[in-house]
Design a protein around this ligand. Structure first.
Ligand code: SF4
Ligand code: SF4
Length: 277
């Protein structure tokens, strides 16, 4: 059977909040029984956009990571809910509005922090994948329809087809160590979860940028684990490195100049500043 999946491209999200607002617009003041009761106007963020700044001025990068219920296949919220949260055959995870009454404890069982408490109605709430719209013939939830950049997209596929897409498009899940088998996948997640080494290379004698200089990254005995080229502004960046990655050596080579080597103890994204050859 085909099931719903959501793909989020972190590189295409620029924090316009249209997804968040369209979710609010859909659910604020509107009940869609048996799937959902109205979302409070304030306090809940079923579509929650997380923000992260990497690097130091002027070589900085800001990434936005829309985060919501992952509609997990091995959902801890379901295993601890005694039927108050359930999964449909199409992959969507929903709250049972009657059984979940007064179950404030369920807010804490989601490792992604995707469940919110509605004080007035005394129920836990979260993204419903706009299931009421899908049942009305929509082919996507409101957030996906509202996204102007294509950062959000849905795929309705058999699990085997989805596994192929995950492989071919290099998709990842958030916190795979939670082992919950999310149905929400991320593209370019490194922009949020990994770090970079960046810098600027200039020529001491002329003050010009060393455009085209070759940057090689080594880690202990592992030589050339990544390379980059200095651009026409004199900048370089090697991204997708693990935070707290340890000791690296950055080699800079430029024809006619002596090779330079810098040691970097990588904890978070770092701008090495201007390096003169
Ligand atoms: S993200 Fe949280 S609320 Fe959603 S299915 Fe997974 S465990 Fe449940
Ligand atoms: S609508 Fe799209 S681009 Fe705007 S914040 Fe949401 S995911 Fe990002």
């Amino acid at each position: 059977m085909k099931k719903w999946n959501l793909i989020i491209d972190v590189a295409k999200c620029f924090d316009c909040n249209n997804c968040f607002l369209s979710c609010k617009d859909e659910f604020d003041g509107n009940d869609f029984p048996p799937y959902s009761l109205a979302q409070p106007r304030h306090g809940q963020r079923w579509m929650n956009i997380m923000r992260k700044e990497r690097g130091q001025y002027p070589l900085i990068d800001i990434a936005y990571r829309p985060t919501l219920c992952m509609h997990c296949d091995d959902a801890p919220c379901i295993s601890k809910a005694d039927g108050a949260i359930y999964k449909r055959d199409d992959g969507i995870v929903l709250v049972d509005l009657e059984k979940a009454k007064d179950r404030k404890d369920l807010v804490d069982v989601c490792p992604y922090g995707a469940i919110w408490w509605n004080e007035e109605k005394a129920i836990p709430q979260m993204c419903t994948f706009c299931v009421h719209l899908l049942e009305d013939g929509w082919d996507k939830p409101r957030c996906v329809q509202a996204c102007p950049t294509g950062a959000l997209s849905v795929v309705q596929a058999e699990d085997s087809e989805m596994a192929e897409i995950v492989k071919s498009e290099n998709l990842e899940v958030l916190h795979p160590e939670y082992n919950t088998k999310p149905r929400v996948y991320y593209k370019n997640l490194y922009r949020y979860s990994k770090c970079f080494i960046a810098g600027n290379v200039a020529l001491k004698d002329t003050d010009e940028c060393a455009e085209g200089a070759k940057i090689t990254l080594n880690k202990g005995s592992e030589k050339g684990i990544a390379t980059a080229e200095v651009n026409n502004y004199g900048d370089f960046r090697i991204d997708n490195l693990d935070e707290e990655g340890g000791q690296y050596t950055v080699e800079i080579e430029y024809s006619g100049y002596e090779k330079q080597e810098l040691s970097v103890d990588l904890k978070n994204s770092i701008n090495l500043g201007t390096i003169f050859l």
